[in-house]
Design a binder for this molecule. Sequence first.
Ligand SMILES: Cc1ncc(COP(=O)(O)O)c(C=O)c1O
Length: 435
Amino acid sequence: MDLNLDAFWMPFTANRDFKQAPRLLSKAKDMHYWTPEGRQILDGTAGLWCVNAGHSRPRIVEAIARQAVEMDFAPPFQMGHPLAFELADRLTRYTPAGLNRVFFTNSGSESVESALKIALAYHRLRGESHRTRLIGRERGYHGVNFAGTALGGMGPNRKMFGSSLSGVDHMRHTHDLARNAFTKGQPEHGAELADDLERLVALHDASTIAAVIVEPMAGSTGVLLPPKGYLQRLRDICDKHGILLIFDEVITGFGRLGSPFAAQHYGVTPDMITAAKGITNGTIPMGAVFVKQSIHDTFMQAPAGIELPHGYTYSGHPMACAAALATLDTYDEEGLLTRGQQMHAKMEAAVHSLKGLPNVADIRNTGLVGAIEFAPRAGAAPGRRAFEVFLGCWEEGVLLRAAGDNIAISPPLIISDSQIDQIISTLEKVIKRVA
Ligand SMILES: Cc1ncc(COP(=O)(O)O)c(C=O)c1O
């Protein structure tokens, strides 16, 4: 293929390495990608945690095509179009009770920024404008805009960008290999780590804290499940101090764990949920913030006029709305948002069968997601061993994701038993070879 690779500055990619040995995808259907040379690749990552119903599903493709012909764009400020209202209403059938107001964005990063701004504005409207501090957690990922970067807890993503946002602090992460290695499902130990929020309350005073944002299950730092009881304890501490709790469900939303949202899966309801990715099955960029009605009502009691001076040109884009509605139809028809529950046992047995292979330090799983953590390679860059496993699997026809020292498995929710077996046997072969 005669392609000049120079101009495109690729995101989150080692550009120089990639351009020496490009990994290109040019076609996709259901569980598979194909390279330009026609090599078939099993998708073990749902694209990038987003293609939950599998690739190029006809119903979604047709809805997008129809909408492109019908109406390409409508301005979202002081104007509306029916699909955005229809979609918002429909989405509230999937969200936890009470989170029934929907603000549209175009990505996970924008959902995070929007939720945080809503939190700040909400406190201000209630006469608590002193609540400006935002709390994240180590090893969290909340996208790449300024607040998300500041609140995220991944060192390499933060250090290039100065102080990015002031008034931010972090709780300790919950990953505890010493106590929880090779746990199946939720770790037993670590609920008390939620008390780290009390440490920050003591340090800063609750009256300065607007919101806490956490991924209920941290995805990008390697599938870190919440210890049993942890999320409820966090909820209780937030309630005690009048702090809003935001779940960043950009990865966990839309069925990854076996429930529509992790909030339902773990039985803990936050004040806001940020979502994106699976909302349109990855087809058209879209995100959303699901907001508790009581928070929204506070804005609606403000003096007449624009209640929230925030939004994007493409908020609720007609093609994204059409894609999302068709995506929800597909999820419903095929029971995909709860399929992770049926597949949990299969996935669990499959990933944990890799225990004992060289340098495998931990294995984690829930629903249709799993992770294998490797011991770092002595003297090599962090994550090198996992990246070599990722490369080996790619050569063997399976796409997985390297996240630090971890390989994450998060296939489309339509995966079959035999395709799970293919992922695991490929991993076994590659780990034995390179790890
Ligand atoms: C939890 C979480 N929040 C936010 C984001 C950012 O989403 P986007 O890349 O769509 O901006 C991601 C992306 O992976 C994510 O996993």
